[in-house]
Design a protein around this ligand. Structure first.
Ligand code: OYP
Ligand code: FE2
Length: 572
């Protein structure tokens, strides 16, 4: 979108001179304070237009306003985006209504019947349909699927994993992998105790599984055991499911994990860590930096449309009677509890892939393509940011002495993120290096972080049993499981259709899209910053080509951090 830039002017002789729009100045670049008042006025005016709102207690802050009409004019979708969004959504809902009435007679009796609600397939979605029962594809998704944010290398056997007598073999295998450093875990404890939804008078169910996996020398991650619920005091230890169990029992356990991953992925990784954190950075920047500021000019392309898409999500997706309440097992309040719990895991390190992957023991896992690509993209963004910061800050003191920059940083950490200094976020920036790290995190969050959580939806959730939005039976308490038990546990036809409609809508090709670093607006008129941007674009192009080549040689391509597919901001 076109950002609004007021004219900065000053009096010279008897004329008034206007600064060219693309001029970037920090406060100390203006020792005569020619623009001091204008800067202050612009920020004051912005603070009245961009006000923090509150959606739910205990969450990070959104922009004020409950509908898209309440948003500042500069933040609204332009006509092309608006038409595409409304039209695609209307078409999806219309198809849903028509099919819903034409096919009333259809019922789902076999797992195969879910093919009746299949989206036009991507190549990867076709593979999911063929191989979704394979343990290898189940394990693969933790590294390179829709949600690569949960799995971590085990440092010890998780306390919740109670191995009853008779499980000595498993115990030995787990310990062997642990010793070898090849034991991994995906723990969904975030969902423990979450109140499940009731949909059309029918109770839905939520579990909080733990999956232990082993990494093979060939890079495959394979499940060893699934525990669907944490142990309860006074109850017998929860059943453990094994690959050697009767196939339907093992399949149902894996489906429970996939449904849990759907919840954690959409709420924690996608909505909270992608959409809502990007919004905090956007609102804080609009509230604290004048348009003359170089960091404002650097960041502004990464905020386009974020406030409107998030306002839409709050008013239709996670609202009362919204999509979550209608068809998702954690809807009707549980989803808000999950978001609130997830806030305490918003650590600074977890937003910086070099730190996050180190903490999760994934740095040297070359089959984690998400991790490899995230590191590379982080590096490219970091060099871009370093180039820009180097042009405008000649010393660490220049950073510490930029009052606007310091207020901006504090606005993000303390206000927008509601006290994230307790989670390692900075309250002030003490050096150029700290500033660069923080800015890299900001840009990565608004681009790669969201892309890696958004772009997998169509591939992995088109086949409903691979990512069911709800479960209609409690987790199994015996290994005596039939196909009917599995089908009765999965979403019903209406729920499956709604999942298909929303996933198709969110995952469809975006006709109105600006790729990372490809914005056309010239926010800087000087050749210096323009050269730094050009270098950024060249590095992105190289990465893009190399991923293309790599993916052509792979059995399963990983595309979600390919620069030409990553949007320049969170817009969908
Ligand atoms: C906004 O039917 C957005 O009116 C998507 O969300 C869909 C709508 C409105 C239409 C709702 C309607 C944009 C942005 C976002 C996000 C993150 C969370 C995504 C969760 C997706 C859940 C899919 C649920 C399937 C059953
Ligand atoms: Fe998204």
């Amino acid at each position: 979108g076109e950002a609004f830039f007021p004219c900065y002017r000053w009096v010279q002789g008897d004329g008034i001179i206007c600064l060219p729009e693309g001029t970037a100045l920090t406060v100390s670049d203006d020792p005569q304070n020619l623009f001091k008042t204008q800067r202050e006025q612009e920020v004051e005016a912005r603070k009245t237009v961009y006000r923090w709102g509150s959606w739910k207690d205990g969450l990070i802050l959104p922009i004020a306003g409950s509908s898209r009409q309440d948003l500042p004019r500069d933040q609204r979708f332009l006509e092309d985006k608006d038409l595409d969004f409304n039209f695609s959504l209307a078409k999806g809902l219309k198809d849903l209504a028509i099919k819903g009435t034409l096919e009333l007679a259809i019922c789902v009796k076999r797992l195969e019947d879910f093919k009746k609600v299949l989206v036009k397939k991507t190549p990867l979605a076709a593979r999911v349909l063929d191989c979704w029962k394979d343990d290898a594809l189940f394990g693969y998704q933790f590294l390179n699927g829709a949600n690569p944010m949960l799995v971590r290398r085990s440092k010890s056997l998780p306390a919740r994993l109670l191995l009853s007598p008779g499980m000595e073999d498993l115990q030995t295998q787990l310990e062997k992998e642990l010793q070898a450093g090849t034991l991994f875990e995906a723990d969904f404890s975030l969902l423990d105790g979450i109140k499940p939804n009731v949909i059309m008078f029918q109770q839905q169910y939520v579990a909080a599984p733990l999956v232990m996996l082993r990494l093979q020398p060939d890079g495959k991650l394979l499940p060893m055991v699934i525990q669907l619920q944490p142990p309860r005091h006074g109850s017998p230890p929860p059943l453990l499911f094994l690959p050697s169990d009767p196939p339907m029992a093992w399949l149902l356990a894996k489906i429970w994990v996939r449904s849990s991953d759907f919840q954690v992925h959409q709420l924690q990784s996608h909505l909270l860590r992608g959409h809502l954190v990007a919004e905090v950075i956007s609102v804080a920047t609009m509230r604290s930096l004048p348009s003359l500021h170089p960091i404002y000019k650097l960041l502004i392309p990464h905020f386009n449309y974020t406030m409107e898409i998030n306002t839409l999500a709050r008013s239709t997706l996670v609202s009362e009677y919204g999509i979550f309440d209608l068809v998702v097992s954690t809807g009707s309040g549980g989803h808000v509890d999950i978001l609130q719990r997830a806030v305490s895991y918003l650590t600074y390190r977890s937003f910086c892939p070099p730190d996050d992957l180190a903490d999760r023991g994934l740095l040297d896992v070359t089959s984690c393509l998400y991790g490899q690509d995230a590191l590379r993209l982080w590096g490219i963004i970091s060099r871009y940011v370093n180039g820009m910061v180097g042009l405008f800050y000649k010393s660490d003191e220049a950073v510490t002495c930029d009052p606007e920059l310091q207020v901006w940083c504090r606005e993000i950490t303390e206000i927008g993120l509601q006290g994230a200094q307790d989670r390692g976020f900075p309250l002030c920036l003490e050096s150029r290096a700290q500033l660069c790290h923080f800015l890299t995190m900001c840009i990565f969050t608004c681009t790669g972080q969201h892309a890696s959580a958004h772009l997998g939806q169509l591939d992995w959730y088109s086949w409903i049993p691979n990512g069911p939005c709800t479960m209609r039976k409690p987790p199994p308490t015996s290994k005596d499981v039939t196909e009917k038990d599995v089908v009765d546990s999965l979403p019903n036809l209406q729920q499956a259709r709604m999942q298909k409609t929303i996933v198709k809508f969110l995952g469809r090709h975006q006709p109105v899209m600006v790729a990372l670093g490809q914005h056309k607006e010239k926010y800087f008129s000087d050749p210096g910053p323009q050269a730094v941007l050009k270098q950024f674009q060249e590095e992105l192009a190289t990465m893009d080509e190399e991923i293309e080549v790599r993916n052509a040689q792979l059995d399963l391509p990983y595309e979600y951090l390919q620069p030409s597919k990553v949007e320049n901001s969170v817009t969908i």
